[in-house]
Each structure stands twice: as structure tokens, then as C-alpha cells.
Design a protein around this ligand. Structure first.
Ligand SMILES: [Zn+2]
Length: 244
């Protein structure tokens, strides 16, 4: 396995056909990642996460709710995602990111036609059961990005991939009850525990504002991810906030 510094093209940088196009320019700070060779404990955490993920079934009412929001899930279950990892020879590693706020990232290696899923190495020694589940959610999100085999990203693609980790989180909460209670580290408070709250909220405004802040610079939709009204609303919030 080759361990090199990787310039990430997703989600913080999108390749633009027209560099002069202002859409996507602001906030698209390039991020570098240095993958790390995992030790045996870390390999075991990743394997446990994949094992849990393979048993994730999205809750029927959650699926209807997401569909009504305009979310098109890239996978119908955790097993589908794990099968995709295996069939596509996708590797899952930890990596040191130049931006410590990135939970995980996908690198699409166009030359070799392979995806690499990288989890922030800040989480590499976290191996409580709640951590294992959180890591599995991060892996699932990145599988959603990897499935389309390109390095392009959009607000709609992010929404679709977030739908995956949100539904996995809700499945785990039903299966393991209060497993996430008391877990308030960055991975949870600004990641896996935050988005289920924002998606399943009476008002969608906090969700739109959060995604506008994080991903508003991306194009609204793309060829493979047709923008819905939710993505359009997010883009409008971003434009108003940044006077684009
Ligand atoms: Zn993403």
C-alpha cells in the first residue's frame, strides 16, 4: 500500500470546468490528507464498523420522510454500501487532514478507478462501541460519494449522502437505545449526532443554514444529482449571506 500525501478534491474542492465561474469558488479551500497505515487495533475498529454497517436497515417511516425532502439515497441499506466497498475494492484508512474539522473524506483515484475512504486520524484511537457506530456512519456517507465514481460534488450530492448517515444513526438509536448519550466530542456534536437532529426537526431552517455554511459554495446540483428545492433554498441562503 502506497502512503502518500493526497490532495483532496471532495468535498472541499470541486473541479470546475469554468474556473472563472464564481459558483464554487468561495469556501473551496483545498484540503490535504496523509493516509496512515492502521495498526491492528485500528483495523479491528474499522472491521467492527463495517460489520455493524452491514446490518443497518433504514426505518420505513424515515425513508418516506427523506423521500419527501427530496433526498435520493445512494444505497438502500448498510449492506448495499458494504457490498459496494467490497466489489469496488475501496480501502478504508485513517488519514491526517490539513483541516482538522473534516470528519472523513473520499478520494476518487481516476487513474486507477478506485476510491479511498479516509477517516480523520484524530478518531483513530476512539474505539468505544459508540465510536465504532459513528465511524460506520462516516464510512457510509463517503460510500455515497464514492458510488458515482467522480470527483464532482454538489449541495444535492451532500444532502443525499447525509441522508445515509442520518438514517443509519436513527437505526442505531433504535437498535442500541441510549448508546450515544454522553458522547459529546467533535465527531458526535458536530457530526453524527447533529445531522439527525437537524434533518428531523419541525423547522428545516437550521438544517439549511448549517449546510449553506458548510457546503453553500458548491454547485447546487450536478449531472448525477438533480437539485431539489431543498438544495435551491440552501444555495439562496448562501448567496444572501455572501452576496454572491
Ligand atoms: Zn460529504
Amino acid at each position: 500500500m502506497e502512503i502518500n500525501k493526497i490532495f483532496l478534491n471532495s468535498p472541499y474542492f470541486i473541479r470546475r470546468k469554468k474556473p472563472q465561474n464564481t459558483e464554487g469558488s468561495s469556501g473551496a479551500t483545498p484540503v490535504w490528507a496523509t493516509p496512515e497505515k492502521p495498526d491492528s487495533v485500528q483495523i479491528s475498529t474499522i472491521n467492527k464498523a463495517l460489520d455493524e454497517l452491514s446490518r443497518v436497515e433504514f426505518l420505513p417511516n424515515d425513508l418516506i420522510y427523506m423521500q419527501n425532502l427530496g433526498i435520493k439515497l445512494p444505497f438502500n441499506s448498510g449492506k448495499e454500501a458494504v457490498d459496494w466497498i467490497k466489489s469496488s475494492n475501496t480501502e478504508v484508512l485513517y488519514a491526517d487532514f490539513s483541516n482538522p474539522k473534516v470528519h472523513a473524506c473520499l478520494h476518487w483515484d481516476e487513474k486507477n478507478g478506485k476510491s479511498l475512504i479516509m477517516i480523520n486520524s484524530n478518531y483513530k484511537n476512539n474505539c468505544s462501541f459508540a465510536d465504532v457506530l459513528a465511524i460506520s456512519e462516516a464510512i457510509l456517507h463517503e460510500c455515497g460519494h464514492g458510488k458515482d465514481k467522480d470527483s464532482e460534488n454538489s449541495i444535492q450530492e451532500e444532502l443525499n449522502c447525509m441522508g445515509l448517515n442520518v438514517l443509519a444513526h436513527r437505526f442505531y438509536r433504535q437498535k442500541y437505545k441510549d448508546i450515544f448519550t454522553g458522547h459529546n466530542s467533535f465527531l458526535f456534536s458536530q457530526g453524527v449526532s447533529l445531522y439527525p437532529k437537524l434533518f428531523f426537526n419541525f423547522s428545516l431552517t437550521p438544517l439549511k443554514e448549517r449546510i449553506a455554511e458548510k457546503y453553500g459554495y458548491l454547485q447546487t446540483g450536478d449531472e448525477k444529482h438533480c437539485a431539489t428545492s431543498l438544495a435551491n433554498d440552501i444555495k439562496d441562503i448562501y448567496k444572501k449571506a455572501t452576496f454572491v
